[in-house]
Structure formats: C-alpha cells, structure tokens
Design a binder for this molecule. Structure first.
Ligand code: FAD
Ligand code: SF4
Length: 475
C-alpha cells in the first residue's frame, strides 16, 4: 500500500497565537524514518535539480533510512551551511519538492504527496546542532591562503555563508554588520514563531567557531569607506548588503500615523524588542482593525505577528490581508498562508488600495480600495491585476502595514561609484564569479538581482567564495 506523508506536529492554534513560540515542531526520529522511507530513490532524482544549491537529496534521504545521521548531515553541509534554518524557511514547495517525482505534472507548487524534504533537512540540521556535528566537517585549509584577509559586509545569510566557506579554507574573515545584531533578515525580519533565535544563534556560533570575527554597528560606506578596507590589508571584499529598502504605494494619505512598512514593523518587534515595551525603549502601535497590504512572506509574517500582539495586548480585533491578485499567485510559502488562515487572519483578494483616510489627529481610519480582475501575464509571469472601474469601496482600519516589496540597500553603493548598479540599484556582477566592477569586490544575495530566498542568497555566496579563493591565489 502507498505510504501516506507523515504529518508534522504543530502547536495548537489557540495556544500559539498568544505567543511567539515556534509553530512547527518538526519530525521525531521515528517520523523522519517513516517519511524518508517514502522516497523512491529515483534513478533520475529530479529533486536535486530543484534545489538552488544542488544538495544531494536522494543521498541524504537514503542515509536517514540507514540511520547514518552524521553522513546525512555531512551530505547536506557539502552544499548548505544552515540546514536548520533552511529546513524551516525554504519555500520547498516551489523548489526541491516541486521537482520531486511525486508532485503532479504541471502543478504550480509541490503536491502534498511530494517527499517533505525540508522537514527531513530540518531534522538532520537540528540533530547536527544538538550533537555538535559541525566539528566533523572536513576543513580544506590552503596554507598559501592562510595569510590572506577577506572582509564581508553584511551578516545576512549571504554574508555568513560566504564567511563560513572562506574560513573553512583557512582564510581570515572579518564580517562588518551595520545593525547591532547579526543575521540580517533572519534576525530582524523572520519572526521567532518561524525561526527560533536559539537556532539562528547556534548556526552563527558555528561560523564564529570557524574563526570568523564579526563586528556589529559598523556601516561600510558611513563608518568607514570600502576603499579603507583595502588600505587596512583586506585582499578582497564580499558584499551581502541585502534588499533592506521597503517599497511604498505612493498613494494619498500614506504618511498618516499608524501606517508602517512591514520592514519597520518587523524590525521594531524582532530587533528592538518592542513587544516588551516599556522594558525595551522602542514602542510599536497596535490596532483593532489591522490591514496588511501584500501577498509575500513579509506580509504573512507581519500579519501573524500583529495578530499575536493583539492577543498579548488584550485587543480583540481583526487582522486582514489585502492582495491585488488571487491566492494562487501569492508568492508566500504555502505553509505560511495555511497557518495564517488557521490563526484567523482574513484574506481579501483582488483589491488594490487607492487612498488612506485619516481622523483629525492624523491617524489612519479607513482605506479606500478598488476591486481588480486578472488580466494578461506581466513581466513576473503572473496575471496582471486590472482595476475594475467604479468599484471603489472603503474598509475600516486603525493600523496599516505595507508589505509590497523591498529594494536594494544603497548605503554603500551610493558612495562607491566604482561599483556598477542597475536601474533598481542592484549590484551588477559577472554571473560566473559574482565579481563586481570594483576589482577584488564580489557580491551576492538580495543585493544582486533583488529580493530572493535565503537559499538563493547562500548559493550566490558560495559561488562568490569559490571565485574569491581563486582570486586570492592569483595575488
Ligand atoms: P539580508 O538578510 O538582508 O542581510 C543583509 C545585511 O547586510 C543586513 O543585516 C544589513 O544590515 C547589512 N548591511 C547592509 N548594508 C550594509 C553596510 N553598508 N554596512 C554594513 N552592513 C550592511 N526567504 C526564504 O527563503 N524563506 C522565507 O520564509 C523568507 N521569509 C522572509 C520574510 C521577511 C519578512 C523578509 C523581509 C524576507 C524573507 N525571505 C525569506 C527572503 C530572505 O530573507 C532574503 O532573501 C535573504 O535574507 C537575503 O539574504 P542577504 O544576506 O542577501 O540579505
Ligand atoms: Fe525521493 Fe522525490 Fe528525490 Fe525521487 S525525486 S529521489 S522520490 S525526493
């Protein structure tokens, strides 16, 4: 008889909305064994081509079935430095699971029957963290490169992955981070109920244990210039600057009080501890009628965080997501959409904000929307939302969160004209080496090609680290 997918354990919905504890509890050993035993060990394992960094998925699943957890950990770590993180946040339904042979042909995203590769990866990643298996990762020290020093700017997944790769080769790496904490979006964007900080801290600790030095509160381009790093003796620089600039709707009333960008909302909460105001200094307003505009992971994270804050603050209210296309086109992870629905977030599709209306004190009171219908595909390949004339309507709203996208962090590139950027402010690189137009400077992650995923950022960083190694060996 065909084996059914193993259902991963999740926290009870009524309990979980009152706190920020992790929702998905992960597989036990027995569950991981059962799920791994469903893998067909295909001759042509398509799952591997669906993974942006090409993890040998078939092999690590087979190693799980043999209870060779160290082997499975090392197989994953050959390609991915953060299995416990990626096992939690990767949009596997659009990547490896979508390519799994068990996904139905032409499906938009993975079928439920597809092997739950991400949960197996998480199981192995967590096993590795618990048993300090990183110590078994072979170091590839190159004595010729031992005297070389590389600077990494930005401590998001791209910066950390590049730093880890280079440190494993015996290269001295120093990471410079503008914020006071390490991790980039993994720290200030993705909430704890999806990525517990203990997991993030442990993964960062491993990078530090490899000898990587991390300096926070240093903005390259402000505190010191990129050129100064070379004068200080760094032979190459990797830029993992991310896409930290929020986009806005540019409609009337957007400057009213209680309208946040999702980036600001999540940063106040995740980085500045505003959930614990006044013990922490940063406040965060919260409302009864909250509307989040957008359909990506950022929108889901903001909505689910806002809902938790309503509960914690004893505010009985409503959180709604307004999206201009339909659920099918939403770029968010399917699991996040499901969880948001279970938790009571309302979804309103095919609507587009036109104007924010405020009260006498300058606070947002209502949003005016227009209804949309789907038209021909746009440059993203998704059907373009077309406004239906005369369909204007209003919704009450005392807190709005705008989550419609992010663009390049330009702090460094604005003062470094030698680095070529495109019309979006993203850094232009040679796709084979990730080298920028500035000699000895490489880049990867969201600052190249715009907002992507954690694993894509790490994949670019890995490619850059290889090119940096070759560059250093030629010096
Ligand atoms: P970032 O993570 O943005 O890190 C860049 C770092 O560089 C930041 O810490 C910044 O402070 C620092 N920096 C920038 N300029 C300077 C400077 N001049 N000097 C010093 N430091 C500097 N992806 C997924 O795969 N799954 C998800 O579930 C998911 N959810 C997301 C949820 C949210 C709310 C957001 C915003 C994004 C999400 N993403 C998700 C996308 C993913 O987080 C990004 O693709 C990824 O973090 C990009 O990594 P990065 O290292 O390029 O940049
Ligand atoms: Fe297993 Fe699916 Fe990969 Fe085949 S495609 S090896 S079934 S995970």
């Amino acid at each position: 008889m065909k084996k059914q997918p193993v259902k991963v354990k999740e926290k009870d919905v009524y309990a979980r909305v009152k706190n920020f504890e992790e929702v998905v509890e992960g597989f036990s050993e027995q569950e991981a064994q059962e799920e791994a035993s469903r893998c067909l060990q295909c001759k042509d394992p398509r799952c591997i081509s669906g993974c942006p960094v090409g993890i040998n998925i078939k092999k690590f699943i087979s190693q799980i079935t043999q209870k060779d957890y160290l082997g499975a950990y090392l197989t994953i770590r050959e390609k991915n430095d953060f299995p416990s993180i990626c096992g939690r946040v990767c949009p596997a339904e659009y990547q490896c699971r979508k390519s799994c042979v068990l996904t139905k042909k032409d499906a938009l995203f993975a079928s439920p029957e597809a092997i739950q590769i991400h949960f197996l990866e998480r199981f192995i990643g967590d096993y590795g963290l618990k048993n300090n298996l990183w110590q078994k990762i072979p170091l590839r020290k190159d004595t010729l490169l031992n005297q070389k020093k590389v600077a990494v700017v930005g401590s998001g997944p791209a910066g950390l992955a590049c730093a880890g790769e280079l440190a494993r080769q015996g290269i001295k790496v120093v990471v410079f981070e503008g914020l006071h904490q390490v991790g980039g979006v993994l720290r200030y964007g993705i909430p704890e109920f999806r990525l517990p900080r203990i997991v993030l801290d442990k993964e960062i600790e491993i990078i530090k244990n490899l000898g990587v030095e991390i300096h926070t509160n240093i903005i390259i381009g402000r505190t010191k210039l990129l050129e100064e790093l070379f004068k200080e003796g760094y032979s190459a620089v990797f830029l993992g600057l991310g896409a930290g600039t929020p986009s806005f709707l540019n409609i009337s009333g957007e400057n009213l009080c209680n309208i946040y960008s999702a980036n600001e909302f999540l940063t106040r909460l995740n980085l500045m501890g505003s959930g614990y105001f006044p013990q922490y200094h940063t406040p965060l307003n919260i409302g009864k009628k909250i509307v989040v505009i957008g359909g990506g992971n950022t929108a889901m994270d903001a909505a689910r965080s806002a809902l938790r804050l309503q509960y914690i603050n004893g505010l009985k209210g409503e959180v709604a997501i307004a999206y201009r296309r339909t659920e099918e086109e939403m770029p968010a992870r399917r699991l996040e959409i499901e969880h948001a629905k279970e938790e009571g977030i309302k979804f309103e599709f095919l609507i587009k904000p036109q104007e924010f209306l405020g009260d006498k004190s300058g606070k947002v009171k209502k949003i005016r929307f227009l209804r949309c219908r789907l038209g021909e595909p746009d440059s993203s390949g998704r059907p373009r939302p077309e406004v239906i004339p005369g369909s204007l309507f209003e919704r009450d709203c005392d807190l709005a969160i705008i989550a419609i996208g992010l663009s390049a962090n330009r702090i460094l590139t604005q003062v470094t004209p030698q680095i070529k950027v495109d019309k979006y402010g993203d850094i232009v690189v040679d796709p084979d080496t990730m080298q920028t137009s500035f000699k000895g400077v490489f880049a990867g992650g969201d600052i190249v090609g715009g907002e992507g995923t954690v694993i894509e950022a790490m994949g670019m960083a890995k490619k850059a680290s290889q090119a940096i190694r070759e560059y250093l060996s030629r010096l």
